[in-house]
Design a protein around this ligand. Structure first.
Ligand SMILES: Cc1cc2nc3c(=O)[nH]c(=O)nc-3n(C[C@H](O)[C@H](O)[C@H](O)COP(=O)(O)OP(=O)(O)OC[C@H]3O[C@@H](n4cnc5c(N)ncnc54)[C@H](O)[C@@H]3O)c2cc1C
Length: 418
């Protein structure tokens, strides 16, 4: 089976590795950039993604790039604690959670994919068209610096991100990703370690929020590399460019009162090397991913708000699920159908839950019920209500510990004919 993957991001590279490990070796990855530069700031991989990386045999080489957060903690905009919960192994999962720099993750996946692929990743190949052939194959057309290039395969996987060309070919009237009205400022800074040095924090509410988590253990001087996302409802264009750098000073000013006794937010923002501005955009759920023998994967299929830290993890789950079904189904069409059946309804539900602020709903409730802060959170949001919100999101995202730990593996049984 000859397979084309469009896009060498997290999902496309995970798909290349997953297909190879499933015994499907005739895979070529096409990427529109002229080099894979490892861009971005921090990203979280949740236990359901770490399970897949573990079963692919690559978790150790990825884990050494980041930090395993032990706790996720929510605060109001005065730094008062609302909810905290254990994460990863401490939460009873058989696999950890990992906070990692997206660029380092992408470069590591590239190296792992290239070590397996028969052909190098084709850079400077931008997908512009696809066409079905009478024999059931699909032909992709790529724009390159030297003109257009065609390639034919049995399956084409569109892993080309939130601005997916394959998705636009299937849904030409869709337009730009819808903007929720919030702007995100993402950065990496080196600041004194906060709390236990292994906690991911979120402070604020749906109008203004600050998220931070360590990307490396604290140095001997007690400082650590921290990823942050500051967000606020402001005017803007909603134009989604991952790499737009801006001056940190005015953003730090927006958070000038957020100097908690356990974290100095304005200083964290002001001392960032670089701040990248990005609108809070996602994509609407789709009624269909697979057309002929082309399908969508990762952000191309279901780009979602980052508030559940789930974009990269779900792309990896897509990759493993698709590889499993292509390797085990009685034919290509059945494999693609089984992949879509396994993933699309689940992602439709997760997109809706993430738009409804996902697990961060506790922060919004605290704001609505106690806008000036509180002395006892139990009087504002009873413990049972907070626990239910956390559990509901994990159920929608498929990572309740007992379900994830017991779910059958997506590694195809050995010895099946392909
Ligand atoms: C530059 C960049 C920086 C990012 N930074 C962060 C971050 O800091 N934090 C975070 O949580 N998420 C970040 N993301 C998004 C995150 O990687 C995804 O949400 C998630 O990992 C799902 O991955 P994906 O492979 O579906 O999409 P992506 O990782 O976005 O990968 C898509 C790939 O497809 C390529 N591509 C696009 N169009 C075409 C085309 N027409 N032909 C061929 N190739 C094409 C892109 O160049 C890219 O390499 C970033 C994405 C990008 C592209």
């Amino acid at each position: 089976m000859k397979i084309i993957i469009v896009g060498a991001g997290i999902g496309g590279l995970a798909a290349a590795i997953s297909l190879h490990e499933a015994g499907l070796h005739d895979v070529t990855v096409y990427e529109r950039s002229t080099a894979i530069r490892g861009l971005g700031v921090g990203i979280n991989l949740l236990p359901h993604a770490l399970r897949e990386l573990t079963e692919l045999g690559i978790a150790d080489s990825i884990a050494e790039l980041g930090v395993e957060p032990r706790t996720l903690a929510y605060y109001n905009r005065f730094g008062q604690p609302i909810w905290h919960e254990p994460r990863g192994l401490d939460a009873g999962y058989r696999w950890p959670q990992l906070s990692v720099h997206r660029g380092r993750l992408q470069l590591a996946l590239r190296d792992l994919a290239e070590a397996r692929l028969a052909e190098p990743i084709r850079l400077d190949h931008r997908l512009v068209a696809v066409a079905s052939n009478d024999d059931g194959t699909e032909t992709a057309t790529f724009a390159t610096a030297d003109g257009t290039v065609e390639a034919t395969a049995d399956v084409i996987i569109g892993a080309d991100g939130i601005h997916s060309a394959l998705r636009a070919l299937r849904y030409p009237a869709e337009g730009a990703p819808p903007w929720g009205g919030l702007t995100l400022w993402r950065g990496v800074t080196r600041i004194p370690a906060f709390l236990d040095g292994r906690t991911m924090i979120m402070a604020g509410d749906a109008d203004q929020k600050f998220v931070a988590y360590p990307l490396a253990p604290a140095d001997a001087d007690g400082r650590m590399l921290v990823n942050f996302i500051a967000e606020r409802r402001v005017g803007g264009t909603g134009d989604a460019d991952w790499n737009r750098a801006i001056d940190p000073a005015p953003i730090a000013e927006l958070f000038r009162d957020w100097n908690f006794d356990w974290l100095d937010v304005p200083t964290a923002i002001a001392t960032a090397d670089e701040i990248l501005e990005y609108p809070m955009v996602d994509r609407d759920a789709l009624p269909q991913w697979t057309f002929g023998r082309t399908t969508l994967l990762g952000d191309a299929a279901h780009a979602m708000y980052p508030n559940g830290s789930n974009g990269g993890s779900q792309a990896i789950l897509d990759a493993r699920t698709l590889a499993f079904h292509l390797a085990t189904a009685p034919g290509i069409d059945a494999g693609l159908a089984a992949y879509e059946q396994a993933r699309r309804p689940a992602m439709t539900a997760l997109l809706a839950g993430t738009r409804a602020t996902g697990p961060e709903r506790v922060m919004q409730l605290a704001r609505e019920r106690a806008p000036q802060g509180f002395s006892d959170i139990d009087e504002v949001i009873p413990h049972a209500e907070r626990a239910q919100i956390a559990a509901d999101y994990k159920t929608a995202a498929g990572f309740l510990p007992e379900i994830l730990n017991d779910r059958p593996s997506l590694t195809p049984p050995s010895g099946i004919a392909r």
